[in-house]
Design a protein around this ligand. Structure first.
Ligand code: PEP
Length: 251
């Protein structure tokens, strides 16, 4: 039995004060909801105040990125060891990191390895562009991203994978539940081929891309979709809590 995960990616939004207020709203909103792992991923500068706001709650905190190196001359970067004192999760390979900062599967895998090495749980993001979907190559591209982004990781028990089609992120054009299920199943098969059925059946596979309180339930009903990675709707504590509640209710 997999516990679904609903993670909010706040991206480069919220001031320190906004982040603390949003964290408090999430804590209040998800209070009493069971059967779902709730995660918020604020900007790095807000990790400390948000973790304080989450104290005593059932909400976990994650980072939005991590540097794959352990320490040294990497101005502006944060290592997995630095984050490990604060966070449980870390997002790696988000499509914005891939498209805006040139990060590929190899860098994503290096970040995932560094995260695991420091006891963090990586949420490894994969997903095809519209062009790839339109040419009928989404499944093969995503399977190859899974393989590349998990390179040289021997134990994936602490890994979550997020299927986030690039065309659905921040566009309001969410993937249909059928596409989300089909691609989550593709991902689980790719993981089974790389590891084992047991390993593949144990990991959460999230859907991300314009998830909102109204459509969340349709993804939650899909057998291979184990929660959501949420961008825009995660900036509204009430909306985010409604998504967590929808996932919990369908569990
Ligand atoms: C995301 O950026 O991971 C995301 C899914 O964004 P949105 O929910 O806004 O589409």
């Amino acid at each position: 039995m997999r516990t679904p995960v609903v993670a909010g990616n706040w991206k480069m939004n919220t001031t320190l004060a906004d982040a603390t207020a949003l964290a408090r709203a999430v804590v209040d909103g998800v209070d009493g909801i069971t059967g779902v792992t709730t995660v918020v991923c604020p900007p790095a500068v807000s990790l400390v105040p948000v973790s304080m706001a989450l104290t005593g709650s059932n909400v976990f905190i994650g980072a939005q990125d991590v540097n794959p190196n352990s320490q040294g001359a990497h101005t502006g970067e944060l290592s997995a060891d630095m984050l490990a004192g604060l966070c449980t999760y870390v997002i790696v390979g988000h499509s914005e990191r891939r498209s805006l900062y040139g990060e590929d599967d190899a860098i994503t895998a290096a970040k995932a390895r560094a995260s695991l090495g420091s006891g963090l749980r990586p949420i490894v993001c994969v997903g095809e562009s519209l062009e790839v979907r339109d040419t009928g190559n989404a499944a093969s591209l995503v399977a190859s991203q899974v393989k590349g982004s998990l390179a040289r990781i021997s134990d994936i028990s602490q890994v979550a994978i997020a299927y986030e089609p690039v065309w659905a992120i921040g566009t309001g054009r969410a993937a249909s539940p059928e596409i989300a299920q089909e691609m989550a199943s593709t991902i689980r098969s790719a993981v089974a081929a790389l590891y084992s059925d047991e390993a593949a059946n144990g990991i959460p596979i999230l859907y991300g891309g314009s998830v909102n309180p109204d459509n969340a339930v349709s993804y939650a009903a899909s057998p291979d979709v184990d929660g959501a990675l949420v961008g825009g709707a995660a900036l509204d504590g009430v909306a985010f809590a409604r998504i967590v509640d929808a996932v919990a209710a369908s569990g």
